[in-house]
Design a binder for this molecule. Structure first.
Ligand code: ARG
Length: 454
């Protein structure tokens, strides 16, 4: 027990469990050790520890690290959290005389904030890699599948033909925005609270810059009260994670629709589908449904932490311990989700015939209006005339492409023989050639832009 001096009674047994965080914060063992060694080194520099004491502390921690690594670290009943457990073990290995000097000027308040930031920084860097992979796989698909046309939807109603690659890149572009946000977030996560004490600062001239450099931080937190109280790094990460999960959820929803038998645009690989225990014919898109479902869980973790923090008096309160578990789960959820999405997309079978079969001539109505615009007709008038073409087809109960040239000319004399071009899906797609459109050139240009962001 680190703080037993003023207490006469032990803790209630349920309170022990209620209070302890070691079952989950043991994940920070290596960060906690790295932080402790950096702290001891800085205390040696300012004369608080002798060179011998420092090397004893370092030796002790090397052994403790080995015990964690080989799963031989023995947890004792009073090991409340990772900081307590490591320090207790240090005393056992190098003796209480020297071990008892490690914590000079230090508080667990700065320790937990340091450990979480170090761990999170490394996890977010891994996530940066996974997200970059998802974007790369999207780009590869967009390039490979460039010739496939499909209906583009608004209000989930057939709107205008687009390239399938254009749909793929619409999401990849959103993922790229998330990648940029993530990189901004990492910069703010990777700042050091070490050397700020319990709340008031360090009284022994500790070199905070040196410790930050040793631990690979990009800078310091400049106010000690804020340094121990701040959980922005966790909140911002979960806000980012929630934003990303929202994007991946919509992506998944599109693919759930496109993989339904009614649409049949894509077929999910067996590796990412499951069957029904009752209906033998079923192949369900469970991977995509879980991506959609887990987004709700991620938002909940973000909102939960914000509620936990919003009414706290300044600096450290034990409530802050409640930031650890949601963060750990959030990171796992986001990290797994990105990798699952990448797997789904790279193994997906696209069925271009189904996409083409779903195109409907009515999706070309705008082409008739644009045709008239090119003949000098104001767009509003062209829109109206094209609407009459749609109405005529409806009257005769035929699709628009079954109207004769004569019938079209009957609607408006400015329709020439070349008006039938308007019924060509490929042409309609290729005409959308301004930057960001769905022509082949414009899509490949988007590919180049995305590649430059990676
Ligand atoms: N386990 C604690 C946490 O996660 C460490 C800090 C404890 N500090 C304290 N003053 N009780 O927040």
């Amino acid at each position: 027990m680190l703080w037993g001096g003023r207490f006469t009674q032990g803790l209630d047994p349920l309170m022990v469990q209620y209070n302890e965080s070691l079952p989950y914060d043991r994940i920070f063992w290596s960060q906690d050790i790295a932080g402790s060694i950096a702290f001891a080194r800085a205390n040696a520099k300012s004369g608080i520890l002798t060179a011998h004491e420092f090397s004893e502390i370092e030796r002790g921690f090397r052994q403790i690290a080995e015990e964690w690594r080989t799963n031989t670290f023995v947890v004792k009943p009073n090991d409340e959290d990772i900081h307590t457990a490591n320090e207790r073990r240090l005393g056992e290995i190098i003796g209480k005389e020297i071990g008892g000097k490690l914590h000079t000027g230090r508080s667990r308040n700065e320790q937990i904030a340091t450990d979480m930031r170090l761990w999170l920084r490394d996890e977010l860097r891994k996530i940066d890699g996974f997200l970059s992979d998802l974007i790369k796989v999207s780009i590869a698909r967009a390039e490979r599948d460039i010739d496939y046309l499909m209906p583009g939807y608004t209000h989930l109603q057939k709107a205008q033909p687009v390239r399938w690659s254009h749909w793929v890149l619409s999401h990849a572009t959103a993922f790229a925005s998330e990648l940029q946000r993530l990189r901004e977030t990492i910069k703010r996560v990777n700042r050091s609270p070490l050397g700020t004490g319990a709340l008031a600062g360090n009284p022994f001239h500790i070199d905070r810059e040196q410790m930050a450099r040793e631990l690979g931080f990009d800078g310091l937190l400049y106010n000690s009260m804020n340094a121990v109280a701040d959980r922005d790094f966790a909140m911002e990460t979960m806000q980012w994670g929630s934003s990303f999960m929202l994007k991946i959820s919509r992506w998944a929803e599109d693919l759930i629709i496109y993989s339904s038998l009614e649409f049949g645009f894509v077929r999910l690989s067996d590796a990412y589908s499951t069957g029904s225990s009752l209906m033998p014919q079923k192949k369900n898109a469970d991977s995509l449904e879980l991506l959609r479902g887990k987004s709700g869980r991620a938002f909940g973790q973000m909102a939960g932490l914000m509620c936990t923090i919003k009414g706290l008096p300044t600096t450290y309160n034990k409530d802050l311990q409640e930031s650890v578990e949601p963060l750990l789960d959030h990171i796992k959820t986001v990290s797994d989700s990105i990798q699952i999405a990448t797997g789904v997309l790279s193994t997906l079978t696209v069925i271009p015939e189904k996409m083409v079969a779903a195109l409907a001539p009515e999706m070309l109505a705008t082409e008739f209006a644009d045709y008239l615009v090119r003949k000098g007709v104001p767009f509003r008038e062209g829109h109206h005339i094209s609407g009459r073409v749609v109405a005529l087809a409806e009257q005769h109960n035929v699709p628009m492409d079954k109207l004769s040239l004569e019938q079209l000319k009957g609607v408006d004399a400015r329709f020439d023989d070349d008006v039938l071009e308007c019924l060509d899906y490929e042409r309609a797609v290729e005409l959308k050639d301004a930057i960001g459109g769905c022509s082949k050139r414009a899509v490949l240009e988007q590919v180049a832009v995305l590649k430059s962001l990676l």
